[in-house]
Design a protein around this ligand. Sequence first.
Ligand SMILES: [Fe+2]
Length: 253
Amino acid sequence: MEVAPENWINIGGRYGAALKEYSEKFPFVIHGLSLSIGSPAPLDWDLLRAIKAFMTEHNIRCYSEHLSYCSDTGHLYDLMPIPFTAQAVGYVAERIGQVQDFLGHRIAMENVSYYAAPQQEMSELEFTNAVLKKADCHLLLDVNNIYVNSINHGYDPQQFLAALPGERIAYGHIAGHYDEADDLRIDTHGADVIDPVWSLLDAAYEQFGVFPTLLERDFNIPPVHELLREVQQVREYQARHQKQAEYREECAL
Ligand SMILES: [Fe+2]
C-alpha cells in the first residue's frame, strides 16, 4: 500500500490508529507530494525530520518522490518541469544526496509527466538517467507517464523504457489518463488504464523482471470490484513473467 506522508503525518485519533493497524499488517511505501526536489528554495528539513520519524513508526519500505518541483517560497500543489540541463542534473542530484544521507537510505524518484520543457539542453531520457546515476538513487517507474510524455513530446515509449536503468527500479506506478487530443494526453489518474500502457508494463516486466506495482486512481473511481480487475491484471502479468523467469532459470541449469 502507498500513502502520501503529507496526508498522515501528525494524524492521531481514530484515523491514526487505523493507519497503524494497517501498517502493521501490510507492507507500506510512502509517496511524497511536497519535497520539491528541483525547487530553488532550501530543502524542507522540518518535513524531512517528520518523514524520517513516520518511516520508523510505520516500518515504511520506501520513500518515493517526484522528479519535479512544486514550490519556491510557497506551494503550488502542482508538479513543475525541472529544466533538462546539466546544471539542473547537478543541483537535483546534490539535493537527493542530502535527503538520502539524512534518511540513511536511498529514495526513489519518479519519472513525471510534463507539458513544457523550459531551457531544454538534453532529452528527458538523458536527464532522468543522469540524475539517477549522479544521485545514486532508485527509480519509481511510472509507465503511464512514459506513455503520456511520448505522445505529448513525440518519442517512442518502448525505446524510452528500454533505455532506463532497470536495476534501479524500486517499484512501479500504472494509471489511466485523459485523452484531450491526438497529440495531447493529460496525466489525470481518472480513467481506466489503456492497452498501450498495459503493453509498457508488460515490456517493463519482460526487460527488468517483476517489481511491485501500484494502480493509481484519484477520481472517477468505479465500484471497487471493477477497480480490482485492474489490480488483478497487474497480478496476472506479474505471475506470468515470474513463471517465465523461473522457467528460463530452470532451463539454464
Ligand atoms: Fe505516478
